[in-house]
Ligand binder design. Structure first.
Ligand code: ATP
Length: 456
């Protein structure tokens, strides 16, 4: 397309999007200024979708459209919870929506209940929607939320808290969704990030997504590192579109709202029906439990563990790479699975004796690696024939137990010499590429300091 036409298209998009974008920025400003004096009510929701369709963020965005007709609605939160939970559909996300104004709680609850009854994907037995309306974020709710991020909670624990704090709630099926709904409202996020989610026109749900690949790479070139995980350059892939039949077209993640908007304006795609900015705990590593906080390691939790590599890593059928780490909890199996691609080369280059810290989730007694930090590399040595100090050539064996000699120069030496083999790795942090990154894992471009080896 010629440049003039491209510029014209860009300005046309800016003009068309200016009002919704301005409203979005007003909401960001209000969150960042912490206008807590406004009496906010929080609606928490989770588990409205199935693998066949729907998305809890979409459910929330359509509810927000109804809410806006009566009250003020702020910037919603998209909270990622324990990533190992077996009942999750995809990324274990739950949503919380702030509402304020002259609110009649019964009217609000009624509207939310109807929206839940009419807009959930109940085709799957694994969909168990839950909704809460919270008037005050109590310390007990904050503690529950932190646990839901790092631990496995039960429906009974959620209901106990709901009764204790007298929280309005509504649930369908087995009601497990209330766990995520409570956590989405209660989680204290210290270092939040943003995600701009765009949604497809309903007529296109379930069809192939059309996003112009070149424009995504261009947006990444301009907005990176304030925006991340739109593309995986080393694997030459666009990674910000889901692969499932849900309503999301793509999501742009980052720390700067302006950089996200800039990227958004550059990306060309099929028609966008709606878009919504969320404040999130994505890319924060909030799920990781430091080892000093626990006495035993359990499945379905994520850890940061220090240890020493015991044996040389090995590659298994399917390209998965495994090794064992000696930790203060004993011998722990660690894995870099095939989708982590080049990260496996880092793992393969580890050697017994290397001191490292692993970051990842434990399932079937194996840590699924998200990152590693190499603290100290072991010295690897090889033994070679000594070198003649006259001619500089390698000496030969002089016979069993008779040392080495150089026939030509008549020089000799008693034993082989120790040679240090250079290591392919250097100390520092290494991560999986964007294609294999969990929503909640912190990309290394967000980590300050030296010796960072980010994948882009
Ligand atoms: P999507 O991202 O598309 O919304 P999802 O991956 O978030 O889907 P859900 O369908 O929401 O998955 O299912 C996750 C279920 O697990 C919810 O019912 C949620 O309440 C529950 N859950 C979340 N965290 C925990 C936890 N720590 N302990 C127990 N249950 C949890």
């Amino acid at each position: 397309m010629n440049k003039w036409l491209q510029d014209f298209n860009l300005w046309l998009r800016i003009y068309r999007l200016s009002i919704p974008l301005a409203k979005m920025l007003k909401n960001v400003y209000m969150v960042e200024r912490r206008w807590d004096w406004m009496k906010l009510l929080w609606i928490g929701v989770d588990d409205t979708d199935s693998v066949n369709g729907g998305c809890t963020t979409y459910w929330a965005v359509t509810l927000m459209e109804e809410l806006r007709e009566r009250w003020h609605v702020g910037l919603p939160r998209l909270i990622r919870l324990n990533p190992t939970i077996p009942y999750k559909t995809r990324g274990n996300g739950a949503v919380a929506i702030p509402v304020w104004g002259d609110i009649d709680i019964e009217e609000l609850a009624d509207l939310c209940r109807k929206h839940l009854d009419n807009n959930c994907w109940l085709d799957d037995r694994n969909t168990n929607p839950g909704l809460v309306i919270v008037e005050e974020i109590h310390e007990k709710l904050r503690i529950f939320a932190k646990k839901a991020l790092r631990d496995v909670m039960t429906y009974e624990e959620a209901m106990e808290l709901i009764e204790d704090l007298d929280i309005q709630h509504y649930a369908l099926r087995n009601g497990r969704g209330v766990v995520g709904a409570l956590a989405a409202v209660g989680l204290d996020v210290r270092d939040p990030t943003y995600e701009l989610l765009t949604y497809r026109h309903p007529s296109r749900f379930g069809t192939q997504r059309e996003v112009d690949r070149n424009s995504v790479f261009k947006a990444d070139e301009i907005a990176y590192p304030l925006v991340w995980d739109t593309v995986d350059r080393e694997n030459d892939e666009v990674v910000f579109t889901p692969g499932s039949p849900d309503p999301v077209l793509f999501g742009i993640r980052g720390k700067s709202v302006f950089a996200i908007i800039r990227a958004f304006l550059i990306i060309r795609s099929e028609e966008i029906d709606k878009f919504q900015l969320f404040i999130t705990n994505q890319s924060t590593d909030m799920h990781l439990i430091p080892e000093k906080e626990v006495d035993v390691l359990r499945d379905y939790r994520s850890y940061r563990l220090k240890g020493v590599v015991i044996e040389k890593p090995y590659t298994h059928i399917g390209g998965h790479v495994f090794f064992y780490l000696e930790t203060r909890f004993g011998k722990v199996k660690c894995a870099a699975y095939e989708p982590t691609k080049q990260f496996r080369n880092v793992i393969r280059a580890l050697h017994p004796g290397d001191e490292i810290v692993v970051y990842g989730s434990m399932k079937k007694r194996t840590v699924n690696l998200e990152k590693i930090e190499i603290i100290k590399l072991a010295k690897i040595v090889d033994y070679k024939n000594p070198v003649c100090w006259v001619c500089g050539k390698s000496m030969e064996s002089a016979g069993k137990n008779q040392g080495f000699r150089c026939k030509r120069c008549k020089t000799s030496a008693e034993s082989k010499i120790e040679v240090e083999i250079p290591r392919e790795l250097s100390p520092g942090l290494y991560e999986v590429p964007p294609r294999a990154r969990r929503h909640i894992s912190m990309p290394l471009i967000r980590v300050k300091g030296k010796n960072i080896h980010p994948f882009r």
